[in-house]
Design a protein around this ligand. Structure first.
Ligand code: NDP
Ligand code: MG
Length: 386
């Protein structure tokens, strides 16, 4: 019986994880849950999974829920996400909050050398350098990626030598606006951008997919997770999202992982690795429905998210932190209809251009990352959040 703590249980990844667990209550115990705005759903999840620990964002929600659930230990706010990861008795933590607020929970889990099922890619982008240094010290920590591309790469690396890798090939659906010109994108609406062709996900990542900033974040995530140089990481558009990514080896062999586009598959793998487990929530692939798997180059001129990420990643240190923070604010402003779609790229680029990189080689790295994250957010909001 594995004890699971889910940060962000009310989100898209969190709900998928709970669906898997619902089908296999003998193997998993949900020890902790966390939510932000969706307290109604959090309450339903508490009723169904009877966790010992719950983290909420606001004190008023703690008061409301703790009056009803007297046996639960409650945690509150950003500090709560860190504390629930630091003090509670779990075997696996699923980090499924959205954004760089996921950093602290991951850091605490690493310090306790736990299994981390990592969905929260922003942590690896904003703080990857620091996380990797921490992992050298806490060697028994296991980070198993949940992001489908990274799960595919992780799986395609099993049993092979890292030295033999020629390159990582990250697949991209191309997003909602695949094939569009810059002119087409000038006036696209939030509603249009939220329609993803293949995946059903939270709003932030859905916008990131439409700008391909998501693919950019994934390039940095792959670099940090697998310690592969940027020159050996490529992106290819594969609109059907069946091949979830690939690893090319020096002898020309390409190993890939495929399956229906359903996040439950990589979530389950991160929970069960190195074993595999049947779960009735995951539908089998019907090849007769996918007779045409295609590949094309990504349009980097229009979708600048990819090259901005290569630049941030190669410049390194605090630059990916800036890219991530600027993007988080930009996406929020776009969702609130304060800026236009293409402004997202301008905001990221402007933030990067004006940033003086700080070295993360010091003991103060995490503090610096947080300062840069906060300052970038303030700057972008001041200029664009009228
Ligand atoms: P959602 O927006 O659906 O869910 C986010 C979760 O985090 C919710 O539980 C939300 O609570 C909670 N949350 C949001 N803001 C805060 C905050 N300030 N403090 C505490 N909790 C907060 O996102 P997804 O599930 O789509 O994505 C989660 C992570 O997984 C992201 O990092 C994303 O990039 C990554 N990922 C997601 C994929 C997907 O298919 N969805 C695929 C690959 C990676 P509430 O809903 O109650 O407000
Ligand atoms: Mg992905």
């Amino acid at each position: 019986m594995k004890k699971i703590l889910i940060l962000g249980s009310t989100g898209s990844i969190g709900r998928n994880a709970l669906e898997l667990i619902r089908n296999n209550r003998d193997n998993y115990q949900v020890i902790g849950l966390s939510g932000n705005r969706n307290i109604d759903l959090l309450k339903k999840q508490i009723e169904e999974f009877t966790p010992k620990y719950v983290c909420v964002r606001y004190e008023k929600d703690r008061e409301y829920l703790s009056a009803e659930y007297k046996n639960i230990d409650f945690f509150v706010g950003d500090k709560g996400l860190s504390e629930i990861s630091k003090y509670t008795d779990y075997d696996i933590i699923l980090t499924a909050v959205s954004g760089s607020i996921g950093i602290d929970g991951t850091v605490e889990a690493i310090k306790r050398e736990k299994r981390i099922a990592l969905a929260n890619k922003e942590t690896m982008v904003a703080a990857g350098t620091y996380i990797n240094r921490l992992l050298k010290k806490y060697k028994n920590t296991e980070i198993i990626p949940v992001d489908s591309e990274h799960s595919a790469i992780f799986q395609s690396m099993q049993g092979y030598r890292k030295e033999d890798i020629k390159k990582l090939i990250i697949t991209a659906s191309g997003g909602t606006f695949r094939g569009s010109s810059l002119d087409d994108l000038k006036n696209v609406t939030v509603e249009q951008a939220l329609k993803h062709p293949n995946w059903s996900m939270g709003k932030k990542i859905t916008i990131d997919s439409s700008t391909l900033v998501n693919k950019g974040l994934e390039i940095i995530e792959a670099h940090e997770l697998f310690q592969i140089p940027y020159e050996k990481i490529e992106v290819i558009v594969h609109p059907q999202s069946i091949i979830h990514s690939m690893v090319e080896y020096v002898d020309g062999s390409i190993i890939s992982q495929m399956g229906v586009p359903d996040m439950k598959t990589p979530i389950l793998y991160a929970l069960t690795y190195p074993q595999r487990e049947y779960n009735s929530a995951i539908k089998a692939m019907d090849f007769s429905k996918y007779t045409n798997l295609t590949f094309e180059k990504a349009d980097k001129e229009v979708f600048r998210g990819i090259d901005l990420a290569y630049r941030a990643g190669k410049e390194g240190h605090t630059m990916p932190t800036v890219l991530n923070a600027a993007n988080e604010v930009a996406v929020d402003l776009f969702l609130n209809k304060k800026i236009r779609f293409l402004d997202i790229y301008s905001i990221i680029e402007e933030a990067m251009d004006s940033h003086k990189i700080l070295s993360l080689d010091s003991e103060e790295a995490l503090k610096l990352i947080k300062e840069v994250d906060r300052e970038t957010r303030i700057k972008v909001k001041e200029k664009w959040g009228r």
